[in-house]
Design a protein around this ligand. Structure first.
Ligand code: ADP
Ligand code: MG
Length: 352
């Protein structure tokens, strides 16, 4: 069938592309490990060659991830916008929903979000169709954003008296995705929902919308504090409002491998959540923190920086893990052996 042909053609193209990249990486001079800077630069070149221009794996169905952690300043927004940019650079169609009244994700994506701009507030409170609020990111193709304006700060209270107050965002998103499909527009592959640092109705709406939760964990003291509360909340949402919801992904952020503390936190997270934690950790990097003030993600602001590379790598890993799950599910469906569906990364990946 033509689908299978396409797929095998795709696979063989991928294989020759992979071997071309492998050859390039091989050709890089080997580096004296005694010069850490040179070693780092060579390592970065290898990572760049292996990722640049690569087409990331398209998920079998739209993935909707809520980026949550009730702590502020752990890298939720930074992760939302940079992962989104990475996935879009990998050729996937990505929608960011900025569900935080601070509107930092909108800022970082260069999206107009002055008060009065059609935004997630109109969707949540006034039943506006999501399509009327979606803006294209000016710097990155295939990346769109539903902005948040300051109006959203009132929504937490306004929502209380509205019917189906917990499911408003989900209904709007599901309708938007279905309309796109009905209109023959390209499918959105990834929806990333940024959350405020609290567990109010905005976050509940985000949890009801998402099928997966991605938790960024800052590699600092107290990193795991409050995590059990977050997991309990997720369990409650799953029991009462959204049976699909599960923590699929954990990303270590602001990782500084030179400190024992960061290493300890990372080891602890991997011990508890080995299957969910991405191999890629995001390093602490000045370029990452500078980018938003230029209305950019780090991937456009300084594409060669280690921060940009790390987010691109994390995006690739996110898509690859799903591809593995999708093909396992397809295999299960054909063999019908009735065996348990694989948990996300049941392959005991080496943990670094
Ligand atoms: N990898 C990183 N390196 C350096 N600074 C970072 C990094 N990730 C986030 N930051 C900075 O940390 C602060 C908090 O990040 P942010 O994404 O806004 O957290 P949250 O959305 O969880 O409140 C911001 O100033 C951001 O620029
Ligand atoms: Mg934020």
């Amino acid at each position: 069938m033509s689908g299978a042909d396409n797929r095998s053609e795709h696979v063989s193209r991928e294989t020759s592309e992979d071997s071309r990249r492998a050859a390039l990486i091989q050709a890089l001079p080997s580096i004296d490990a005694d010069t850490p800077l040179a070693a780092q630069l060579a390592e970065d070149s290898r990572r760049r060659i292996s990722l640049r221009g690569r087409q990331f794996a398209r998920p079998a169905t739209t993935r909707i991830l809520t980026i949550a952690n009730q702590k502020g300043g752990v890298g939720k927004t930074t992760t939302t916008v940079n992962l989104a940019a990475g996935l879009a650079q990998g050729g996937l169609n990505v929608l960011v929903i900025d569900n935080d009244p601070q509107g930092n994700a909108s800022t970082a994506l260069g999206i107009d979000h002055r008060s009065g701009t059609p935004s997630v507030y109109d969707v949540l409170v006034d039943d506006a169709p999501m399509a009327s609020t979606v803006q294209a990111c000016p710097d990155i193709p295939n990346l769109w954003c539903v902005p948040a304006t300051i109006d959203l700060s009132g929504a937490e209270i306004e929502l209380v008296s509205l019917v189906s107050r917990e499911t408003r965002l989900r209904r709007a998103l599901d309708a938007y995705l279905a309309d796109r499909e009905a209109n023959g527009e390209p499918r959105i592959d990834y929806v990333l929902v940024d959350c405020p640092p609290s567990l109010g109705l905005l976050t509940v709406n985000a949890f009801v919308t998402g099928r997966e939760v991605l938790i960024p964990i800052q590699c600092e003291y107290y990193a795991l504090e409050g995590l059990s509360q977050l997991l309990k909340t997720i369990q409650m949402i799953q029991a009462h409002l959204n049976p699909d919801l599960h923590v699929s992904t954990i990303l270590l952020t602001m990782y500084d491998g030179r400190t024992n503390l960061a290493q300890q936190v990372a080891a602890e997270v991997r011990e508890h959540f080995g299957a969910q934690t991405l191999q890629t950790a995001i390093p602490r990097s000045v370029r990452v923190s500078e980018a938003p003030s230029h209305g950019q993600t780090v991937l456009t602001y300084d594409p060669n920086s280690t921060g940009a590379l790390a987010y691109l790598e994390a995006a690739n890993e996110l898509s690859e893990r799903q591809a593995a799950r999708d093909s396992a599910a397809a295999g299960d469906a054909t063999t019908r052996d009735g065996s348990e569906q694989h948990d996300l990364s049941s392959s005991d990946e080496e943990q670094r």
